[in-house]
Design a binder for this molecule. Structure first.
Ligand SMILES: Cc1cc2nc3c(=O)[nH]c(=O)nc-3n(C[C@H](O)[C@H](O)[C@H](O)COP(=O)(O)OP(=O)(O)OC[C@H]3O[C@@H](n4cnc5c(N)ncnc54)[C@H](O)[C@@H]3O)c2cc1C
Length: 542
């Protein structure tokens, strides 16, 4: 069956579990609940195909930043042996092909209903079941509602005056047209210089007649050093499945490399520079693991930040442009660290200009283009690489109402409050994969996703074995967990980046709360395992 077809509804709309979302999370959760536990499951997905992030994000240059051999599932050795990645960081079509392969291999498609947007979910206190309503008016009932809606799936288009007046076309990178956009001969304005903007800039510069990058926050970026995976690397990946899997599970960020027990302040200037140089040449997110204290010690971090600032100055030929690109308002890796292929080099091209919005803010969008205080930049196309209403956005989009009709949006009005990121008091039988309060976006996400999906499946098996029908996080356990999440964030430099989407700062009106759990994935995995072993301590089961 083609995955772009709607798999068709079963006669019954009553299920043991409804899962919302068919990306990495939803696919694996379906496999576990249906094939390991024998539960009846329906996956509801708004998109016309599976893949989640990789269904929606098709902008020029869209690819993963985690390396392919660990930006994938690890639960099946056979799957890993069958699939060959072509590159160190594959582009979006290849990741989509992989997820479609997984869906077909595990026969997941018959239980996935595409083109089905969930608009509302209400918990029925009498039946202990969720009632789920879709945009087209269908209704489903399920004992368990598992949200696999992703952390970065609600596009954030900035509210800039005059967008409706614009005479050209505009796009958000997270909703890129499937047929692509022909930028040849076009004057393109790209707004946003986070990970996406940094990936897209060099590729758009090659396609367009002219590119103007509108930068609010200068960003650190390290070369990705993408390359095809040669036979030796393929053989190494195939021969080391268990070791890669185990290593990813025992590290702070779910990446299969250890962080050395070495402080950036314990070595001589020459040694430090040599280690940074080697990490720069190796490329990728591993740069942040050069020393153990880059995320915890400001002085240590400054050495990495300064190294990258110097690199920017040495790459970008025009000193004034280079200075605009050098970040001073936050430290390296305290915002989501981008990696790139020729990002800074792109500003040496004749057809690329940079507008520093801190010095020259946007006044409004006009018919001809974007008007800043200094004047109008004529444009045919505007690309918003402005990210997402991260973590809470997709959950609020579900319009979830728990016991007594209470809305999640109201309960989280001052910021998310969860127990382990998995549940919220007042919302029984609702599980969230990689929700706020869990390591989620601070990790290589497939590892965090597998841990959550497995924990949820084990919990539902436990409920079945006990003959129980209702599980709910207690308020006491939740308050303690929220305090611990805050404490873990404060022990790092991460909350210092005041414009970060980790804090919700990119969305006007969103409470500024550091949302993910910064205590490390391995540590978190142990906490979750202990909770389960201790009779699901902190959950009320009946
Ligand atoms: C451009 C980009 C690059 C990334 N690169 C990396 C990387 O290199 N490494 C990494 O670890 N992570 C990366 N991420 C994070 C990425 O989101 C995760 O790695 C992973 O894909 C998340 O999978 P998921 O299934 O949890 O969520 P998603 O892939 O976001 O899937 C969620 C699905 O839920 C659906 N949905 C949401 N709301 C509803 C609703 N109301 N009704 C029905 N369906 C709904 C959406 O349509 C979507 O298909 C990247 C993210 C982006 C945007």
């Amino acid at each position: 069956m083609s995955v772009s077809q709607n798999a068709g509804a079963k006669a019954s709309s009553h299920f043991d579990a409804v899962i919302v979302g068919a990306g990495f999370s939803g696919l694996y959760q379906l496999h576990l609940l249906r094939d390991k536990l024998g539960r009846s499951v329906r996956v509801l997905e708004a998109a016309g195909g599976i893949g989640g992030t990789w269904y929606w994000n098709r902008y020029p240059g869209a690819r993963c930043d985690s390396e392919s051999h660990y930006y994938c599932y690890s639960f099946s050795r056979e799957l890993q042996q069958e699939w060959r990645w072509s590159e160190r960081y594959p582009e979006h079509p290849e990741i989509r092909r992989y997820l479609n392969y997984v869906a077909e291999r595990f026969n997941l498609l018959p239980d996935i209903q595409l083109n089905t947007k969930v608009m509302r979910a209400d918990f029925n206190d009498e039946s202990n079941r969720w009632v789920i309503q879709t945009e087209s008016g269908e209704q489903f009932e399920a004992t368990y509602l598992v949200t696999a809606v992703g952390c970065l799936s609600t596009a954030n288009v900035p509210n800039i005056a005059g967008l409706d007046d614009f005479g050209g076309d505009w796009y958000h990178t997270g909703h890129w047209p499937h047929e692509g956009v022909n930028l040849a001969g076009k004057r393109v304005g790209l707004v946003g210089t986070g990970s996406t903007g940094i990936q897209a800039t060099p590729v758009i510069a090659e396609q367009a007649e002219h590119l103007t990058v509108f930068q609010r926050t200068a960003n650190y970026s390290v070369p990705a050093r993408n390359r095809p995976l040669d036979d030796a690397m393929q053989a190494w990946i195939a021969g080391n499945h268990d070791e890669i899997r185990l290593q990813a599970r025992r590290t702070t960020n779910g990446h299969p490399f250890d962080i050395p027990e070495l402080s950036a302040l314990d070595v001589s200037d020459a040694e430090r520079a040599a280690l940074y140089e080697a990490a720069w040449e190796r490329g990728g997110l591993r740069f942040r693991a050069t020393f153990k204290d880059l995320i915890t010690n400001r002085e240590a971090n400054e050495t990495a930040s300064e190294f990258i600032r110097d690199k920017i100055r040495s790459i970008v030929k025009d000193p004034a442009t280079a200075e605009k690109l050098v970040p001073h308002d936050h430290l390296y890796a305290t915002k989501r660290p981008p990696i790139d292929t020729n990002y800074f080099e792109t500003f040496n091209r004749d057809n690329v200009a940079l507008v520093d919005l801190k010095a020259d803010p946007i006044d409004r969008i006009v018919k001809e283009g974007i008007r800043t205080q200094a004047g109008t930049h004529p444009l045919d196309v505007i690309v918003f690489a402005t990210g997402f209403d991260a973590l809470t956005g997709p959950l609020f989009g579900l319009n979830v109402h728990g016991s007594d009709g209470v809305a999640l949006k109201d309960v989280w009005a001052d910021g998310p409050r969860t127990y382990l990121g998995l549940q919220t008091p007042g919302f029984p039988n609702l599980f969230t994969i990689t929700g706020p309060g869990s390591p989620s976006v601070l990790t290589n996400m497939p590892v965090a996703i597998e841990q959550h999906a497995e924990w949820i499946a084990d919990c539902i098996a436990h409920m079945r074995d006990k003959g129980a029908s209702r599980i709910e996080a207690t308020r006491e356990a939740t308050e303690k967990w929220v305090a611990h999440v805050n404490e873990a964030a404060e022990a790092t430099l991460l909350p210092m980046a005041s414009s970060s989407w980790y804090l919700g700062a990119n969305v006007p009106g969103k409470p500024k709360v550091f949302m993910p759990y910064a205590g490390g994935l391995a540590h978190y995995r142990q906490i979750c395992a202990d909770v389960a072993a201790n009779h699901y301590d902190g959950f009320a089961i009946s």
